[in-house]
Design a protein around this ligand. Structure first.
Ligand code: ACM
Length: 539
């Protein structure tokens, strides 16, 4: 009886501790229950693998804990006694889903596939970095039972490296942060007006000449990714469950390529000179097909983004081009839009012949591309009809409307650098609260939405501080918006969890915007002589 009494007293005393315990993982896992005790993580902890295929995932833990907490784990044979993290595949779970069981005796992460295991590892890393180091340099990880899976399979970030080159070191660190938040698609915008950033062996001038300059300085020294760099980055990302999709923008935004190979110039307009490839020259299609073939071998994603946006910004010269006039007359095209569509449909054939999927901005929902081989990116938030058209035509769709998903937009009304739409911008809360269902009205079309993505155009990203400032912490809000279901989302809880991660941001020298204490880190100001174009309405 006495024992019973003490047990009840102990239980009652421990209740408030349980109640206080909240799981601070971002994005919020689907299902979490607290368990008692802690798992003691230290240099003595080993990792065991249910299958050798998980070796790369184990290395993701090793590299991350070393980087974040100077703890080095070893990989041990299955069945090894002692403190261990066990990685397993569990065919009963869905792709990308995982179960994380943290107990004092060991931690088990079981994923529906390798991606699920990697997601589980990212959750474990978040639990680990939330705790202080013990006197002996270890971490006492609180025990939880987590069952988790994503709402959307596409949780993307687009990075424009044409306007400003970010470079491999910072990019790899960004990939680590994406993985930390379980973002799984990096859409890499490698070509545009200011510069071309990808080595193409058949056409070396693309990188050597096209790689000169950036948005600020047209003479800036050549900067591009070699094919060796790309292989390293793609493999680093794959180890973290991130698929990289290259974008080679066409037929507009082609200025840098044309600087290197002017024979394919279709001309431009006063505001956008030499903006397009020439759609009437057969050589243009051969040139671009060779480029895409090489690109496709570098990226195992099997997806090629061909842009297709804002072509009309620079088609003025098409009106005087004799080849185009003949093409129009021969084919019965009534206007330049028809020519634009002919161009993209012809390039699409090249992409499909490579057994790759074609990805494009929402302008391309106007043309005839097979829905089973094409993915459309809805970006024009002021044109919801274009999203509706995309869905009605049966396309799988990634949703990335400017508001709130253009991260080059400011995140607070007082911010001076960056874009606004009238007086609207992309606050942390707007990113977090974005609800796809409010935009997709037909229930049966919900399944066509692959997921959501934020896009960072880099006109104002003149240095790493500005890159950080625009991405952090909105990247965390994006992650929870894409991973957690609408009913699980709670901005207050998210805000509390986010603030706990700010100490990690500080430790890792991330120059972030703190919406809870805006004066903590001042906005890195970007001044351009003429900022009109930053606020101009597109289309
Ligand atoms: C875009 O913002 N031009 C896709």
């Amino acid at each position: 009886m006495r024992n019973y009494f003490y047990t009840i007293i102990l239980f009652l005393f421990s209740l408030p501790i349980w109640a206080q315990q909240t799981c601070s993982i971002i994005p919020a896992p689907q299902h979490v229950t607290a368990a008692s005790g802690v798992f003691k993580l230290s240099d003595q902890t080993s990792i065991t693998l249910g299958t050798p295929a998980l070796k790369s995932a184990a290395q993701y833990i090793q590299q991350s804990l070393l980087r974040l907490r100077t703890i080095s784990l070893s990989i041990a044979p299955l069945g090894t006694k002692g403190s261990a993290i066990h990685l397993l595949l569990d065919a009963k779970q869905k792709p990308e889903a995982y179960i994380l069981d943290a107990e004092p005796e060991g931690i088990t992460i079981a994923g529906g596939d390798e991606a699920g295991v990697i997601n589980g590892i990212s959750s474990l890393l978040q639990l680990a970095v939330a705790e202080p180091l013990t006197a002996t340099g270890g971490i006492d990880i609180p025990c939880w039972h987590i069952t988790d899976q994503p709402t959307y399979g596409w949780r993307g970030l687009m990075l424009d490296e044409s306007r400003h080159f970010i470079g491999k070191e910072k990019l790899l660190s960004l990939i680590d942060w994406m993985a930390f938040y379980k973002l799984n698609r990096l859409h890499w915008h490698l070509t545009d007006e200011p510069a071309w950033r990808l080595e193409i062996r058949k056409y070396p001038k693309l990188a050597l000449i096209g790689g000169v300059g950036d948005y600020q300085d047209p003479k800036k020294q050549t900067a591009y990714y070699s094919q060796q760099d790309v292989a390293e980055i793609v493999s680093y990302a794959a180890q973290r469950n991130i698929t990289i999709i290259p974008e080679i923008d066409m037929p507009g935004h082609a200025t840098a390529a044309i600087r290197a190979y002017p024979e394919y110039n279709g001309g431009g307009s006063a505001a956008h000179p030499d903006f397009t490839f020439d759609p009437a020259k057969d050589g243009t299609y051969t040139f671009l097909t060779h480029i895409l073939r090489e690109t496709n071998t570098l990226f195992p994603s099997g997806m090629l983004h061909l842009g297709g946006d804002e072509v009309s910004f620079g088609t003025e010269k098409w009106n005087q081009n004799l080849g185009i006039k003949k093409l129009m007359a021969d084919s019965g095209y009534k206007d330049l839009k028809d020519v634009e569509h002919y161009f993209m449909e012809r390039m699409a054939d090249s992409v499909y012949k490579m057994n790759a999927k074609l990805l494009a901005w929402d302008e391309m929902a106007d043309i005839h591309l097979p829905p089973d081989k094409t993915i459309i990116f809805w970006w024009r938030h002021d044109q919801p009809n274009q999203l509706q058209k995309t869905l009605d035509k049966g396309y799988k769709t990634v949703v990335c409307p400017r508001l709130p998903f253009y991260f080059d937009f400011v995140q607070d009304s007082t911010h001076r650098s960056g874009r606004k739409w009238g007086n609207r911008f992309s606050s942390l809360k707007d990113v977090y609260q974005f609800n796809v269902h409010e935009w997709v009205h037909k229930k049966e079309q919900q399944a066509q939405i692959l997921g959501i993505q934020a896009n960072l155009w880099t006109e104002t990203v003149t240095n790493d501080n500005r890159l950080d400032y625009l991405l952090f912490p909105r990247m965390a809000a994006l992650a929870e918006a894409a991973w957690s279901s609408d009913s699980e989302k709670d901005f207050n809880r998210f805000g509390k969890n986010l603030q706990k991660q700010f100490s990690l941001y500080r430790e890792q020298n991330i120059y972030f915007y703190n919406p809870f204490n805006p004066s903590e880190i001042p906005e890195p100001i970007y001044f351009k002589k003429d900022r009109k174009d930053l606020n101009a309405k597109e289309n």
